[in-house]
Design a protein around this ligand. Structure first.
Ligand code: GCV
Length: 767
């Protein structure tokens, strides 16, 4: 930046300089200036100083890592156009633990990853070329992250095999220059599966010995190895329950093997029974973490951290804070957040999560006489615990921009910033990220910041109303709408919508009793319908559709209205982004535009599916007559078909009218024609088609036998059949239509994708 070459010096410079040094080095050279400075681990100091008559910009920390963080903070200031002329700033991270988890499998696939294959693994081994892993470590360091677990919590025991350890050591080597410590997810059955023992009982001394030897071996290769993450007795994973042992037994046997090396164990509180009896009104998955871990408080060793998902279910678009945060006074805790947008649009939808995380981090659990927000509990302040902090599941991939959606990266940045300082305002974070990513053009900053900060509630409004959970395909992709999928199964993500009403009754008086897991003031608030905030109403209460919310609307009308408003706002993102043409680089402009256009179309798929499902079950019409009535929409099955045949889409609400048309492989090519009967003028046509990942159909659209558009359905959506996951909109703007014009869509199927079409919608556009 300055066109000067950096030198490593053992003494302080004689010319005006930027000085990077640890505090102890500075104290030795300039005791008068730095003798009093105090900093904790990983903290840093940025200071403009006159040392021996020369002006210096000093970046210092107690450790090299702190100095590095200080350098990034300085660069950030400069990039955001802030002054560095009278600098005197001390920063100390809120908590020692600021980690990320990656759910990468050894074969290179990533569970719930939406940005291409693993940067760590390929074909069962660590990648030969770890350049991207090193770059990722730099990226993590730039936001203050100091640990990274590189493999899926659904861990393959092979990760600890003797011949694999040198491979993971290579990852540690590329992390180390950036102060990021390597961690691994381990399977508790490893002593048996790869260790040759006939047991993995955590109380068996042979098992303890196995873990000890294994970690001695690992630390010989990776002396700064940080520790392990454990998922056990959850979603089919083996665990201590096999031997009627507790999570504390399992955590401690591993912790004791790590302790001599100062390693730690993150034991995930995500332990629940996914075969719950749906018919019992008392069963409740939300209770599981507290039920399993609260009785063990005080039984975990000091180098164990219980890792708690921010809500009691599973990263839904809105959940209350997990009651377990205030259920472990004598145990280290970490909050687990999710950057990868599993339930929040999978980086296809814009959804800036720091706004949501803040609500949980700032939530007062009432665990003591003073306010006890979640951020203070997990960082060890409330109960004075030795360690704790923040973990996020990130799942970056080999795609050029790490997470798939260029704006999705704001979530990773925001996570790092909140882990460093959870008091930051999410609006400030959005602004910082925008400036650092797109520059300081005020139109760009204002526009992107405003899109980011509104995006979570926009997404919520068309996917998961009033705390009912994300109404997505629970048993599949977790992407498109699937309202019914959460019911009548053992997974426990129930919303219990029936013809009479909707919501999980979790009260102590008449429901599952979940509210009893909170401390008294919180319990009292959620127990009563009157004091439960609207946005979480259906999480805590079962109410009739006609129940009147605090807003004055009935529940059913709120569902309709919020879905229409949300889809409208999602369409607005496209227009907002278009104002930035020429203000941001063309490549990212186009990439973001494509994602936002997809989102706007998919928000309509969501809107229609959810509204029609609730219209069906409640029998209560939309007061504004929108639901079930779509001006300008022509169902594909009502068009004149050649080769195409109609079929029923399942679940029916994920296609307009419950039906679509497909071109079976026995046909080379099919067509659907509509004779336009409107007035002459300019129109846009939306073609709703199904883009699966098991074929690349080809579409052509003709008006008066002239091709007006063509495309290949080759997106990477999580779908192998027509439905809410694959439904995609193609917008063809600026068409001059006259009455009697034939609009013909030609589809050529490919593989198992049958060029399926749902409908077309014709809208007049202003001249
Ligand atoms: C890694 C959810 C996800 C799973 C994930 C699990 C977990 O259930 O859908 O893919 O498994 O959470 O957090 O362990």
């Amino acid at each position: 930046m300055l066109g000067r070459t950096l030198h490593e010096e053992k003494t302080l410079p004689r010319e005006s300089s930027i000085v990077l040094a640890t505090l102890s080095e500075l104290r030795a050279h300039a005791p008068a200036i730095f003798g009093q400075a105090v900093l904790g681990e990983d903290g840093f100091l940025l200071r403009k100083e006159r040392i021996d008559g020369t002006d210096c910009l000093v970046v210092t920390g107690t450790t090299d890592r702190g100095v590095l963080y200080g350098v990034f903070a300085l660069l950030s200031r400069i990039a955001r156009g802030e002054t560095v002329s009278a600098l005197n700033e001390t920063q100390q991270p809120y908590a020692p633990i600021r980690w990320v988890d990656e759910w990468d499998n050894l074969d290179g696939r990533i569970e719930r990853g939406y940005a291409g294959p693993s940067i760590f693994f390929e074909n069962g081994n660590v990648r030969a070329d770890l350049t991207r892993a090193g770059e990722y470590a730099r990226l993590l360091a730039s936001i203050g992250i100091n640990g990274c677990a590189i493999n899926n919590v659904n861990a393959n025991p092979r990760i600890l095999e003797d011949d694999f350890l040198p491979q993971v050591a290579r990852v540690a080597d590329v992390f180390r220059p950036w102060g990021v410590r390597l961690s691994l997810s381990v399977d508790v059955s490893s002593p048996k599966v790869i260790g040759g023992l006939d047991t993995f009982d955590p109380r068996d001394p042979r098992v303890a010995e196995w873990w000890k030897k294994k970690f001695d071996q690992l630390y010989a290769l990776v002396p700064d190895f940080a520790g392990v993450v454990v998922k056990a007795d959850s979603e089919g994973r083996l665990g201590p329950a096999t031997y009627q042992r507790t999570p504390a037994d399992a955590a401690n046997v591993i912790a004791r093997a790590l302790a001599p090396h100062h390693g730690i164990v993150f034991y995930r509180a995500f332990v629940y029974n996914h075969h719950l009896d749906w018919t019992s009104p008392k069963n409740d998955r939300a209770k599981a973490a507290y039920d399993n871990f609260h009785p063990l408080d005080g039984k975990f060793d000091d180098n164990v951290i219980v890792q708690i998902k921010h809500g009691p279910i599973d990263f839904q678009v809105r959940e209350p804070a997990s009651p377990l945060f205030s259920g472990l006074d004598k145990t280290n805790e970490a909050i687990e957040l999710q950057v990868t947008q599993e339930y929040t649009g999978q980086q296809r939808h814009l959804c800036f999560l720091p706004t949501m995380w803040k609500q949980v981090l700032d939530f007062d659990m009432h665990a003591g006489p003073q306010p006890t927000p979640v951020k203070d509990i997990v960082s060890g302040k409330t109960f004075d615990r030795p360690t704790g902090g923040f973990v996020a599941v990130v799942n970056v991939g080999m795609d050029a921009n790490w997470l798939g959606h260029p704006l999705g990266m704001a979530n990773l940045y925001g996570y790092g910033r909140l882990a460093w300082n959870p008091d930051l305002d999410s609006k400030v974070i959005a602004e910082e990220w925008t400036r650092l990513t797109f520059g300081n053009d005020s139109t760009v900053v204002r526009t992107i910041q405003s899109m980011l900060v509104s995006s979570w509630t926009v997404y919520e409004s068309y996917t998961g109303p009033l705390g009912a959970g994300t109404l997505t395909d629970i048993v599949g992709s977790h992407f498109g709408p699937g309202v019914e999928s959460s019911e009548r199964n053992g997974w426990g993500q129930w919303h219990r919508a029936d013809p009479g009403g909707i919501g999980m009754d979790r009260t102590a008086a008449t429901g599952t009793g979940y509210v009893d897991q909170y401390r008294a003031p919180v319990r009292k608030m959620y127990e009563s319908l009157d004091t439960t905030p609207d946005e979480l109403l259906l999480f805590f209460h079962h109410v009739p559709y006609t129940y009147v919310l605090g807003s004055g609307k009935t529940v059913i009308q709120h569902i309709y209205d919020s879905h229409y408003a949300g889809a409208q706002l999602a369409a607005g993102f496209v227009n907002q982004w278009k104002t930035l043409k020429g203000h941001v680089d063309e490549e990212r402009y186009e990439e973001v535009l494509g994602r936002l256009e997809f989102q706007a179309g998919h928000a309509i798929v969501w809107r229609d599916a959810v509204c029609n499902w609730f219209l069906g079950i409640s029998g209560i019409a939309d007061q504004y007559g929108r639901v079930g009535h779509y001006p300008g929409r022509i169902e594909a099955e009502a068009m004149q078909l050649e080769g195409y045949v109609p079929f029923d889409v399942v679940p029916r609400e994920t296609a307009s009218g419950g039906k679509a048309i497909e071109c079976l492989p026995s046909e080379q090519k099919c067509s659907a024609t509509y004779r336009f009967a409107g007035a002459a003028g300019r129109y846009e046509i939306d073609v709703e088609y199904f883009d699966q990942n098991n074929g690349k159909s080809h579409f052509r659209v003709f008006v008066r036998d002239r091709v007006v558009d063509e495309w290949v359905a080759d997106d990477r959506l999580p779908a192998t059949k027509p439905g809410g996951d694959s439904s995609t909109r193609r917008r063809i703007p600026g068409l001059a239509l006259r009455p009697g014009d034939n609009i013909r869509i030609e589809g050529v199927p490919d593989g198992e994708e049958h060029a399926a079409l749902d409908y077309i919608e014709i809208h007049a556009t202003p001249e």
